[in-house]
Every structure is written in C-alpha cells, then in structure tokens.
Design a protein around this ligand. Structure first.
Ligand SMILES: [Zn+2]
Length: 620
C-alpha cells in the first residue's frame, strides 16, 4: 500500500490526477453470483487506456479475474464509445474519448465463480453472505499511480444484510452505503464482507486504534463463538501491541467469513484482512485448531507485508509485475510471528504448537525437491507455485518460503537470544523494523541488505552469510537449528499426535508420507507419493485410485492395519491401484510400521522454544 512513501522507489513516471472517479456496485444479486457495477471516469478527448487490476497485492501473482468481467459498455454523453482490448495485455481496453466529452460512463457486470478454489477470484458468495473485493469491479486509467487516483464508491447490499469494512463510511441509506472518497490503493485494500448472519465483536483499542471482528457465516450457529475464544482474540490484539510497539492503521477489521462454499484462504490488507474458513471453523474444535494461526498470520501482515514490504512487491499500480524473491521475509517471517502469536494469545496450547511445528518441520526435512530447488526459487516462482498441483508436490516443492521461513526465523530468534545471553530477541528486531510512529497506513520498502542491517543492529552476527546459506542450499535436509538449539529434537514414532489427527480429519486425507510414502483420501484418491519412498519405488504414482489393500477393499483403517501387520510379517503390502482405466498391483516391501513426527525435549539444552511462545502481556 502506498499512502506515504518513506523510502520506496517508483519505476514509472507518475502524473498527478485529482479528478474523482465514481464507482457504484450493486451486490443485491450476489447470491446469484453476479455483481452489477458502473463508473464515471473523468477524461479528456483523445486516446485513453483503461486497465483492469491484474497483479493483486498479497496474492503475489497476476490473479485479477478478467475472464469474469462481462457486459462492458462505455458511453460519453449518451454516445457509445467503442473499446478495443489490447492484443497482448488482456487487462487493457483502448478507447478514444470523443471531442467535447469530460467523462466516460462505464457499465459492466462481474460474475463470481460458484464453488471455486483460489484467492479472491475463487468463490466469494453464497445465498447467505458475500465478500466484495473492489479490484474485481473497477477499471482505472493507465499511467497514474494508484495512490493518486481518487474514487468515491457506493455499495448496495441485499436487503437486511449487515456488513463490515475498514473503508470509512460517509452515509448509509437503507441498504445503500456511500463511502468516503479514497485513493484507489485504499479502496482496493479495503474489502467489504456482508451477510444475513452477521456479527461484529469489539476486540479492544490497545495502543490507540480500535479492533473489530466482523463475522459472516452460512448459519446463525456458525457465528456463535465461545466467550473464551473471543478473549483469545482480544489477547492477540494486546500481544501484537507488545510485539511491535506501534500500529500502522486507523482501525483494524478482521472480516471473517465462515462457509463451506466460498474459497478458503486469508488475504492481508493494511487495515483489515479477508479471512475465510469452513462454516464450522470457529465452533468445531478440530477445524478451529487447524485454522488457529490464520487470523494471527493475516493480522501480522499489517506490519510485515503492508507497512514493511520488499521493494519488488511495492508496485505503482496493478499492471506492473511483482517480484517475489523476498517472500521468505514477507510470508516467512509473518508465518513465524503468526505461529508464535497463536500460543502467546492462547489460541493453541504450547503442546499443540509444538506438534504442529513437528508436522511442517518433518514435511520440509523429507522433501525430495530440496536437492534441486533452493528455497529462494520457491519465492521467485511464487506466482507459479500457488496453483501447482498436488502430484509430485514433494519433488516440485511448493510455497515453502512460508514454513521454511518459520524455521529460519526461529533459528535467528534462538541465535539472537543465545548470542546476547538472553538480553535480546527477534521481538526487538520487530520493534525496530516494524515500529515507528504509526497511526495511519504507510509503506516503507526494504531490500535484503535492509533486513541484514536490521538484524545486525539488534545483534551483530554474520547475518548475510547465515541467510544466504539457507536461501541457496540444495542440501537434502531442512534447517532445523532453531528447533535443536531451542532445546527440542524432531523425532518419529508410530503414534499420531493430536494435531496430526486433527489435520487428517480436517482434510479427509490419510497421510502416510513417512512410512509407505503416500497420501490418500478417505475415498482412495492417491494425491501424492513421496519421491524415493517405498510406494514410489514399488511403482505407485500420484493421481491414481487405491482400490484394495492385501486383496481387501480399501478403507483408511484397512491400510493402517496392513502397515501395522507388515511389521511382523515378511510378506509385502499389496496395493491394487486404478490408473486411468487400468488396474495395477504393486507389492511394497515395507516393514517399518506407521511413522509420525514429534518434537521431543532435549534436556541437554535450555528450553528456549517454550520461552519464545510465552505471552509478552502478563495475564490479569
Ligand atoms: Zn501471508
């Protein structure tokens, strides 16, 4: 976001534009998956190019849903103005503004996809609720920085629906909301959630700004959070104040959407976040635990990602390509802070936190793709990897800069504590790097060198070398120094941890990655095989269907029992697999039993990890 430029560098020439555009969005047909919109755009006679937002902040890729923009008609003073799409840039429309015209009138519809995954261009509306991201329903003139473009928006929501947003409101009449004029940057940064079953909970005003949790759910039951859970979110607000020391927003709004029929993800904004999980994500304990770090992660982005942002991700508008090479800071540090804020706020117990850490540390440590693809390349190629398939995922590697970022930043945190003899920690780095006067949104970009300088000012060390080694490594194992020097070890045994069970139950996938080396759904769909693992070596391939185990119809329990029985039998485990229209039998000569990861205390070292996840704010 570009409200203030403290040290950003702009790569295009900026021309000031002060004339205000108007945007009206009619969301009363949202449940039919269509939004109606119109704009008036001040214009001078002559050629003009209108752009549809392509590179969406926080999505780190060219994900603007141009395919779903329909019915585009442009007029000036009632006269039709023909448009022509650019032959190369699918997001650009060329027009010639007729002589005498001072503005263009533009009408169009936007179709929201039913039941589709993805970020904001995925499913975003049901019969009970909708989330509006403004970038999907507007065009803007080419050649002007999005901070300089002024817009005044109005929104009509379905009758009787409530709503929440960080965008300041001017007037409200019936179901029509008139917002205060803002920059295009702020408008796109301020989505609106609305719904028939809707609640707004105040979370307190620590360090000045007020905080709100707006919840839209597909049922009344879904939005009935327990008082205990609300207290944890209030603690989250206090903990971020203690961690960062200042806030870079006027007020903060969590827009939490609970539905099994909208895309599940979180998307950060400066003054809000668009957080979407299943309908029972706040009332079913399994689902709640699995998603417990979502709000802490997205909230952390207000500081790390929005206020502080890699220079390559701070583009002047939505048409310039973003460069994701520093996503191991943008997402990796956010992942680490979001995860440690979760137990600090009481959203997970320390044991649940450690079990979760064991799950992703093991996943990274056993990933075959580490030997060809260094971590930094997963960040550079982020725009490809968010949409990568599940098959051969361990060989391909995915958006590993999230979880491996956690391991690296944990290692840095433990190292700072060790080198400073307990007087400094990564908390001090956060105050220095993400602090400042606060109060209003601002953008302060950074480079790799700035990160190194920030770390050095807290604790001198060879930080550039430390980071470069981890970013460019093609060693077969993950950087586990933070866990090990933090007083714990990654170990394996035959027992599933509670968090492992929760994740299997939530995803409906049986994860046998560390034993026979495959992931299979409850229905038998083999989503992936561990490259180099027993199943893959025996010939099993991903994207096939498991039909039978040792000649008996597949059910998860049948497969687990077969793996357990093979420990005391020389016979291989026999899988009947359907690959396309053909059936194949594979014999897996594996006798090691079930294998699941854990963190085990190493008594020879101080327990730094437990110290890190202690609340910073003393409980009353
Ligand atoms: Zn994130």
């Amino acid at each position: 976001m570009r409200f203030l430029f403290l040290c950003g560098v702009l790569s295009t020439v900026i021309s000031a534009q002060t004339a205000e555009m108007k945007l009206h969005v009619d969301a009363t047909d949202a449940s039919r998956h269509i939004l109606h919109a119109s704009m008036t755009i001040p214009a001078k006679p002559g050629p003009l190019t209108l752009l549809y937002p392509e590179w969406i902040p926080g999505e780190h890729g060219p994900t603007g849903p141009i395919t779903d923009l329909l019915g585009l008609k442009i007029t000036a003073g009632g006269q039709v103005v023909p448009w022509q799409r650019d032959a190369v840039n699918m997001y650009a429309f060329h027009v010639t503004v007729p002589p005498g015209a001072t503005q263009l009138d533009v009408v169009y519809d936007f179709v929201t996809p039913p039941e589709a995954a993805g970020f904001t261009s995925g499913a975003s509306a049901t019969t009970e609720l909708a989330v509006l991201n403004w970038n999907q329903v507007l065009l803007y003139p080419e050649g002007t920085n999005s901070d300089q473009i002024r817009l005044q928006a109005t929104l009509k929501v379905p009758n009787g629906w409530k709503y929440g947003t960080a965008l300041p409101i001017a007037h409200e009449t019936g179901n029509e909301i008139e917002f205060q004029p803002s920059s295009l940057t702020t408008l796109i940064d301020s989505p609106v959630s609305t719904g028939a079953h809707y609640r707004t909970i105040e979370l307190g005003d620590s360090l000045g700004p007020s905080h709100f949790l707006h919840i839209a759910g597909d049922s009344e039951r879904s939005i009935q959070l327990s008082d205990e859970l609300i207290e944890h979110y209030k603690s989250l607000v206090l903990e971020t104040g203690a961690l960062f020391g200042s806030r870079h927003y006027r007020s903060y709004h969590f827009l939490l959407t609970l539905s099994d029929h909208v895309a599940s993800f979180g998307l950060e904004h400066h003054e809000s976040s668009d957080d979407r999980i299943g309908e029972r994500g706040m009332i079913d304990e399994v689902s709640r635990k699995v998603n417990s770090d979502l709000l802490p992660h997205e909230f952390t982005h207000s500081w790390n990602g929005k206020f502080r942002r890699p220079a390559g991700l701070a583009t002047p508008d939505y048409s310039e390509a973003m460069k994701g090479g520093l996503l191991w800071v943008y997402e990796g540090l956010t992942q680490y802070l979001g995860q440690i804020l979760t137990p600090r706020s009481g959203l997970l117990t320390p044991e649940d936190f450690r079990e979760d850490m064991a799950i992703y540390a093991a996943a990274l440590d056993r990933k075959f793709g580490r030997t060809w693809r260094p971590l930094e390349d997963t960040a550079v190629a982020a725009q490809l990897l968010y949409n990568a398939r599940d098959d051969y995922a361990g060989y391909r590697r995915g958006t590993d800069y999230y979880d491996e970022g956690t391991l690296i930043w944990l290692e840095a945190d433990v190292l700072i504590r060790d080198l400073s003899k307990g007087t400094k920690s990564l908390n001090d780095f956060c105050k220095l790097f993400h602090g400042g006067p606060g109060g209003v949104p601002a953008l302060k970009t950074y480079t790799f060198e700035d990160v190194v300088a920030g770390l050095n000012s807290i604790q001198p060390y060879e930080w550039a070398d430390f980071l470069n080694k981890r970013l460019h490594s093609t060693a077969p194992h993950a950087p586990l120094g933070g866990i090990e020097n933090g007083g714990w070890k990654l170990t394996y045994n035959t027992t599933r941890s509670e968090m492992w069970r929760n994740r299997e139950e939530d995803s409906k996938v049986v994860n046998l990655n560390y034993s026979i080396g495959l992931k299979v759904s409850e229905e038998g769909n083999i989503s992936d095989v561990a490259y180099g693992g027993p199943a893959q070596k025996a010939g099993v391939s991903p994207a096939t269907k498991l039909v039978a185990v040792n000649r008996r119809q597949y059910y998860p329990v049948i497969l687990r029992e077969a793996i357990q029985s093979a420990v005391n039998s020389p016979a291989p485990i026999e899988l009947l697999v359907k690959n396309g229209e053909y059936y194949q039998t594979f014999k897996i000569d594996y006798h090691g039993g079930e294998v699941y990861p854990h963190l085990t205390r190493d008594e020879s070292k101080p327990d730094v990890l437990s110290k890190i996840i202690e609340p910073l704010v003393k409980k009353k």
